[in-house]
Write a protein that binds this ligand. Structure first.
Ligand SMILES: C[S@@+](CC[C@H](N)C(=O)[O-])C[C@H]1O[C@@H](n2cnc3c(N)ncnc32)[C@H](O)[C@@H]1O
Length: 638
C-alpha cells in the first residue's frame, strides 16, 4: 500500500516532466542532459556573458522558494463559513505563497482569471519575509508580529518587493487555464519592474496590455512633483487562447446606430477600403462594379478620383446583397456610395486601455461605509472596476482567484456580476490574517481610526482581531445586500411566477485556515522526544486536529480539494465519500475483512486508509488485494 505524498506539487519534477514530453532524449533517469538539450536547440542558445536580462539580489532564491514543496495544510473552519454544504466559494486565511503552493495540485490549469492588487511598495505597505527553508513556521511566527514597513532607506527597497512578488507570480501562472489571464493593479513605484518580470514569467507575446485607470482623486499635489491621478492594471494571458471579451456600448455609442430596417437599428461603414493598400492595383480582384438601387454601376473610387478597391471580393458582396446587408447612399456630389450595415443587436466593443469612466477610490470607500457604517479598510478598489475586469476576461462558469484579497472587493464584484448575468462564477480569496492590534501599534496617524473601526467589527461578531475576519465579513454583508436588491427588483417587476423561486447566486463561502500539516510524520518541524514516542507510534495525527482537518488535507494532497464531501456509515463505521464515487476516506481503527468488503461495494476509484488502522501487515496486504480485485484503481495510506 503506497503512502500518500505529504507535500504540495513538486514544481521541479513537473517541469522535468514537461521537458521530457517535449524532448524525451534530453532526460535520462530523471536528470537533464544539458549537452543534448543544447544540441536539440541548435543555434537558439544564448551563450554571451552580456545578455539582455533583469536580475537582482535574491532572484535565484525566489525561484527556489516557489519550487520548494511545502507540507502545510488548509484546515476547514465551518463556524466562520457561510452555507458550508452548498457553496463552491473559498475564503482562505493565510500567507498566499504557502496557499498558492497548496492549491497547485487541485487547481493547476483551472483558473480562468486572477486579479491581484498587491502592496504597491509605497514604503509602508508590505511586511512579509519569506523563508524557503520553512515557510509555514515563519508564517506562524510572523503573523503574531507586524512591522509594515519597507522604507526606501533600507537599501533593498525594490529588491524586497521583487523577492516577494516573483515566486508568487511563478506559482500563479501554473494555476491559469490556457484561455486564462492575470490582471495586476500597480502604480508608478513598481510598474516597470513588474512589467519586466511579467514579460519573463508569462512571455512577452502574452502581454495583453497595460490599462491606465483613473483613481478619481489626485494625490501628492503638495509635494514638488506631479500629482497622481491614475494607476495601472497590467494584463497577461497564459497563452494565445485568451480572448479579451467585448464591453457593452455606451449611450453615446448607441446613438451612432441611428438607421433602421426590418432587422433593427444599424450604423454604417464604407465598403471601400480606406488607409493603406487601398488601390486597385493592390488587390485587382476587389475592383468591380456593384449595382445601386436605380441600376447605376458603382465603382470604388478614392477621394482624389483614383481607382480604389472594396474591402471584400465579389462573392461576399453578392451574399451581403442577398441578405440586404449593404446600404447605398448618395454623397454631396450626387454619387452613389456603398456601405456595410452594422446592426446594434447585442453588440459589444473592444475595451480600450484607458479607463476613466469608472467609479474611483472614493466610491470604493463609500461602498465599504454602506456595508459597515464606517471605514474599515484603507485601500479598497471600487467594485465596478473589478466587475469590468470580470466582464472582459471570464465566462459565466469561471473560477476566479484573488490572492491579495484585502477587503474582498473581488468576491463582492463576482457576486454582483453573477446576480446581473445569472452567472455561476466561483471565487477563491486569499488573505493574510494580519493582527489588527499589532497593526494599530505601527500604523500611521491617518489609518488609526480605520483600524480601530475594523477591530470594532471583529468585536461585534465575537471574532479575533484579524484583517481576514473583516474580509470575510465584507462578503457576508455584500452577499446579503445583493440578495435583497435582487428580491426587491423581482418583486417590483412582478417576476415571481413561482413563489418558491430562489436567489440563484452563491453568496456562501467555505473558510479554510493555513496551518502546519495535521500529520506528525509529514511535519519537518515535529520533534519526537522520548515522552511522546509511544504516542507518535500509536497515532500519526496531531492531538489538536479533527478528522475533517485530516480529510481535507488528504483531498488537498491528492489534488481533489474542489470535490464535494459526504459523511457515510459503511459497515457501521464513519467514512467520507469524496466526489461522486471518486474517493473513500476511512480513518477508522481495527479494520476487519467485512469493512473492506463493504468498501468494495461502494465502488470508489480511490481508497485512503490510516496505516495504523490495520491490525497487522497481513490484513493490509489482503485489503489491497481485495480492493484492487474489486476495481479500486488506487489504494493509499497515511
Ligand atoms: C492593496 S491590498 C488589496 C486590496 C483589495 N484589492 C481590496 O479591494 O480590498 C493588499 C492586501 O494583501 C494582503 N497581503 C499582503 N501580503 C500578503 C500575503 N503574503 N499573503 C496574503 N495576503 C497578503 C494585505 O494584508 C492587504 O490586505
Amino acid at each position: 500500500m503506497d503512502k500518500l505524498e505529504g507535500t504540495s506539487l513538486d514544481i521541479t519534477k513537473q517541469n522535468i516532466k514537461k521537458l521530457k514530453e517535449l524532448f524525451p532524449n534530453c532526460v535520462n533517469e530523471g536528470k537533464i542532459d544539458f549537452d543534448m538539450l543544447q544540441t536539440v536547440l541548435g543555434e537558439e542558445i544564448e551563450t554571451a556573458k552580456e545578455k539582455y536580462q533583469f536580475t537582482w539580489n535574491g532572484k535565484t532564491a525566489a525561484i527556489k522558494l516557489a519550487q520548494t514543496p511545502s507540507s502545510s495544510t488548509l484546515r476547514p473552519c465551518k463556524e466562520k463559513s457561510k452555507n458550508w454544504d452548498t457553496t463552491d466559494n473559498l475564503y482562505i486565511e493565510g500567507d498566499n505563497l504557502e496557499v498558492l503552493k497548496q492549491l497547485q495540485k487541485t487547481y493547476y490549469g483551472k483558473i480562468k482569471m486572477i486579479y491581484i492588487d498587491p502592496p504597491y511598495n509605497t514604503g509602508h505597505d508590505f511586511i512579509y519575509k519569506d523563508d524557503y527553508r520553512n515557510g509555514i513556521k515563519k508564517y506562524i511566527d510572523q503573523t503574531k508580529q507586524s512591522g509594515k514597513s519597507n522604507p526606501e532607506t533600507s537599501g533593498r527597497y525594490h529588491t524586497d518587493w521583487l523577492n516577494m512578488i516573483y515566486p508568487r507570480l511563478l506559482l500563479a501562472k501554473n494555476l491559469l487555464s490556457d484561455d486564462g489571464a492575470i490582471f495586476i493593479s500597480i502604480d508608478d513605484n513598481e510598474v516597470f519592474n513588474l512589467k519586466t518580470i511579467c514579460d519573463e514569467i508569462f512571455g512577452q507575446t502574452n502581454f495583453i496590455g497595460n490599462i491606465v485607470r483613473a483613481t478619481g482623486t489626485t494625490t501628492g499635489q503638495d509635494s514638488n512633483g506631479l500629482g497622481k491621478s491614475f494607476d495601472y492594471i497590467l494584463c497577461y494571458s497564459k497563452s494565445s487562447d485568451f480572448n479579451v471579451g467585448g464591453v457593452l456600448l455606451s449611450d453615446e455609442d448607441v446613438e451612432r446606430y441611428n438607421l433602421e430596417d426590418e432587422k433593427g437599428k444599424f450604423s454604417i461603414l464604407q465598403l471601400r477600403r480606406t488607409g493603406n493598400e487601398d488601390r486597385r492595383e493592390d488587390r485587382p480582384t476587389m475592383y468591380f462594379p456593384i449595382t445601386a438601387p436605380d441600376g447605376t454601376k458603382v465603382y470604388p473610387i478614392g477621394p482624389t478620383g483614383y481607382e480604389s478597391r472594396w474591402r471584400v471580393g465579389p462573392e461576399t458582396v453578392e451574399q451581403r446583397l442577398r441578405n440586404n446587408e449593404l446600404y447605398f447612399k448618395k454623397d454631396s456630389n450626387g454619387e452613389w456610395k456603398v456601405y456595410y450595415k452594422y446592426y446594434l443587436d447585442n453588440r459589444t466593443k473592444r475595451p480600450s486601455n484607458l479607463w476613466t469612466e469608472l467609479d474611483g477610490n472614493k466610491k470604493a470607500q463609500i461602498e465599504i461605509k454602506e456595508l459597515f457604517d464606517k471605514a474599515v479598510f484603507d485601500t479598497p478598489k471600487p467594485t465596478q472596476l473589478i466587475q469590468k475586469i470580470i466582464e472582459i476576461s471570464s465566462d459565466k462558469e469561471s473560477i476566479i482567484l484573488d490572492f491579495f484579497s484585502g477587503s474582498s472587493t473581488t468576491a463582492h464584484a463576482i457576486m454582483q456580476q453573477n446576480s446581473s448575468d445569472n452567472g455561476k462564477r466561483q471565487f477563491i480569496m486569499v488573505q493574510l490574517p494580519e493582527d489588527l492590534d499589532e497593526s494599530l501599534k505601527t500604523c500611521s496617524k491617518s489609518n488609526e481610526q480605520i483600524i480601530k473601526n475594523a477591530i470594532e467589527v471583529c468585536d461585534e461578531i465575537g471574532a479575533e482581531h484579524s484583517l481576514a475576519v473583516v474580509g470575510a465579513e465584507r462578503i457576508r454583508r455584500a452577499g446579503e445586500k445583493i440578495k435583497t436588491v435582487w428580491l426587491d427588483n423581482h418583486k417590483s417587476e412582478g417576476l415571481f411566477a413561482d413563489e418558491a423561486e430562489e436567489f440563484p447566486v452563491d453568496i456562501g463561502f467555505k473558510v479554510f485556515k493555513l496551518d502546519s500539516t495535521n500529520l506528525r510524520p509529514w511535519d519537518n518541524e515535529n520533534i519526537i522526544d522520548d515522552d511522546n514516542l509511544f504516542d507518535t507510534m500509536a497515532d500519526v495525527f496531531k492531538p489538536d486536529r479533527s478528522r475533517e482537518d485530516i480529510l481535507y488535507e488528504i483531498m488537498l494532497k491528492y489534488g481533489i480539494f474542489d470535490m464535494p464531501v459526504t459523511k457515510a456509515e459503511v459497515n457501521g463505521k464513519t467514512m467520507y465519500k469524496v466526489g461522486s464515487r471518486y474517493m473513500l476516506v476511512c480513518l477508522e481503527d481495527i479494520l476487519s475483512e467485512a469493512d473492506i468488503n463493504a468498501i468494495c461495494n461502494e465502488q470508489p476509484r480511490v481508497v485512503v486508509f490510516k496505516e495504523a488502522g490495520f491490525a497487522n501487515d497481513n490484513d493490509k496486504i489482503n485489503a489491497v488485494y481485495n480492493l484492487t480485485k474489486a476495481g479500486v484503481e488506487d489504494v493509499k495510506c497515511i
